[in-house]
Write a protein of this length. Structure first.
Length: 146
């Protein structure tokens, strides 16, 4: 085994709009939370229980600008990245900690624009497959090896 792995894969919904920060030199950073849910049945009560875990997502530069332009609260995304922890001292002198997912790859699964758009009538049609032609058992072999 060669070394260690720091890889995170999440599919979740944005909990807020993308917050952007721009720096000198043209670099930018975007931050937003996503929520993932876990549902299970409580064996004692038989009740379905859903727990939500919040993840702090960080995107940089061009990906951050794309996220700001196309994503909004409630959109579903696929995120690949790595976990990074940071600490800082707040204005009140208290040490604060944060764990973030720094995105390497991302796919937009659903956006509000997708949900609000009218479905294309042609894409909703269900076509029935053609009936297969009957096989004629009197056909000659054509000496093909397959």
């Amino acid at each position: 085994m060669a070394g260690t792995v720091n890889k995170v894969i999440l599919i979740g919904h944005l909990g807020d709009e993308v917050k952007m920060h721009y720096f000198e030199g043209g670099n930018s950073i975007g931050r937003f939370p996503i929520a993932t849910n876990e549902t299970y049945t409580n064996k004692q009560t038989g009740e379905k229980v859903t727990t939500t875990e919040w993840h702090n997502i960080v995107v940089r530069n061009k990906l951050a600008e794309i996220c700001e332009k196309y994503l909004s609260k409630g959109d579903k995304v696929y995120v690949e990245g790595r976990i990074k922890s940071r600490q800082w001292e707040g204005e009140d002198g208290v040490k604060r900690y944060s764990t973030e997912i720094h995105v390497v790859d991302m796919t937009f699964l659903t956006t509000k624009n997708d949900l609000n758009a009218e479905p294309n009538k042609e894409s909703t049609k269900i076509s029935t497959p053609n009936k297969p032609e009957p096989i004629d058992s009197n056909m000659e072999d054509d000496d093909l090896p397959f």
